[in-house]
Design a protein around this ligand. Structure first.
Ligand SMILES: Cc1cc2nc3c(=O)[nH]c(=O)nc-3n(C[C@H](O)[C@H](O)[C@H](O)COP(=O)(O)OP(=O)(O)OC[C@H]3O[C@@H](n4cnc5c(N)ncnc54)[C@H](O)[C@@H]3O)c2cc1C
Length: 406
């Protein structure tokens, strides 16, 4: 006997679970298939290495689906300022949330806290089942629905399969959806550190020859370091002992927050830009990194993914309310139209930034330093950049618009 679900979401990461929660409290039956077990508890002193800068738009979505309060209660750090400067020159720019009348520019949250809060919320929803430690092995198109065979022999029938299974997306591969993109020949070294001076609730980003070095503010004056550099240097930085890493990091950061006093575990992640040619096919939709992977220099990957999740849920619920088949290509195209252009625009801007700051020829160095200084003194342009980085635009899915009750 096959179990019937209206929607099966493959991938219970931050984006897949956001989509599931956004479909909660409807009369659609939803399953989330997650290969790993999802952790919800760990010692308080344990700090997750992977963190995300979360925009106001994502916060609004998490709040609307009932997961935000749990993130607040678990642990997050609001940031009000962002300081960006070039190691090769005197160009710098400072963003201050009070300039746009907002108390914060965004929030730094450990990825596992986001995932745990969404998972617990999904478990509270009567119409959502989260199946952890399970994978699909094969699926068959049975005219009007897909039959998905799982590794434990169970079969799920569904009208719509959502791939939220990350940048390597097996769903995308099996569906034969092609991607375009390129590697950056860069890796991001991440580490949790403490500094001599307080981080001042500021995101700091210094552009070095090999890539940007960011310090993201966390609780108890911890910072999460995201150091994009060549794969060779990344390997050396991981192999260094704590003392060696501390000294190199302090120097690369120009001792902006004084000495690095403590270094926690480190990890490295290869960086690439990747975009799928199609987000949808008949009975298939891709969201999050399964559809697009972006350079982390402006911390937008998850934020694009939560907007995908909200837009797809909106499309599905709207079609369902009109009595339409939610898996039809004509239905799903509405989701694709609402997100593809915006995602491409963000990806290309980040790619452009990366290239402009990665080029050390004298004319370009001069141009970008002049550009940074000029922008710093042009409030209208600065405000526009801030609103963009905060995810505040007027073409957002409904769930991403403010409705905070807390
Ligand atoms: C160094 C670095 C820093 C970053 N910083 C930021 C930031 O500050 N802000 C930001 O917005 N973004 C940031 N990002 C991007 C962000 O991490 C990703 O965009 C985000 O993790 C994508 O979420 P996702 O849920 O789409 O995919 P994933 O996080 O990859 O989750 C996919 C899930 O699918 C599951 N899965 C995979 N295959 C299967 C299968 N066959 N069956 C069942 N389950 C499966 C996996 O176990 C996983 O749980 C950063 C990325 C990097 C590399």
């Amino acid at each position: 006997m096959a179990d019937h679900y209206d929607v099966v979401i493959v991938g219970g990461g931050m984006v897949g679970l956001t989509a599931a929660c956004a479909l909660g409290n409807s009369d659609l039956r939803v399953a989330v298939l997650e290969a790993a077990e999802i952790e919800t508890h760990w010692p308080e002193s344990d700090i997750g290495l992977r963190v995300s800068a979360i925009t106001h738009a994502s916060r609004n979505i998490f709040d609307a689906v009932g997961a935000w309060q749990s993130m607040v209660e678990r642990r997050l750090t609001a940031y009000s300022d962002m300081h960006v400067w070039d190691a090769n020159g005197d160009g710098q720019i400072h963003f201050d949330s009070t300039e746009v009348g907002a108390p914060t520019l965004g929030y730094i949250i450990e990825n596992r806290i986001i995932q745990a809060a969404l998972y617990e919320q999904a478990q509270r929803l009567a119409n959502v089942d989260v199946l952890c430690g399970r994978r699909w092995q094969q699926w068959f198109d049975c005219g009007g629905e897909l039959h998905l065979r799982l590794d434990d022999g169970q079969t799920l029938r569904t009208r719509l399969l959502v791939g939220a299974d990350g940048a390597r997306s097996p769903v995308r591969e099996r569906a034969g959806i092609k991607t375009q993109g390129w590697g950056y020949d860069q890796s991001a070294v991440m580490a949790i550190v403490q500094t001599e001076q307080p981080h001042q609730h500021t995101c700091w980003q210094r552009f070095l020859d090999h890539g940007p070095l960011a310090f993201l503010p966390m609780h108890d004056n911890h910072s999460c370091v995201v150091w994009s550099t060549s794969p060779e240097e990344a390997k050396t930085l991981l192999a260094d002992d704590d003392e060696g890493f501390r000294l190199k990091l302090g120097q690369a950061f120009d001792h902006t927050l004084g000495a690095i006093t403590r270094v926690g575990p480190r990890g490295a992640f290869p960086l690439r830009l990747q975009h799928t040619l199609d987000y949808v096919k008949e009975r298939i939709a891709l969201i999050g990194d399964a559809a697009h992977a972006i350079h982390p220099l402006a911390g937008q990957g998850v934020n694009l993914g939560t907007l995908d999740a909200a837009a797809l849920a909106e499309t599905i619920l709207d079609a369902h309310a009109r009595g339409r088949d939610i898996g039809l290509l004509t239905t799903l195209r509405k989701y694709e139209r609402s997100r593809k252009g915006q995602n491409i625009a963000m990806m290309l801007s980040m790619d452009g930034f990366k290239r402009v700051f990665g080029n050390q020829t004298a004319p370009l160095q001069w141009a970008r330093n002049t550009g940074l200084k000029l922008t710093d003194h042009l409030p209208p342009v600065k405000h526009l950049l801030m609103e963009y980085a905060m995810g505040e635009r007027n073409d957002l899915p409904k769930l991403a618009t403010p409705q905070l009750t807390t």
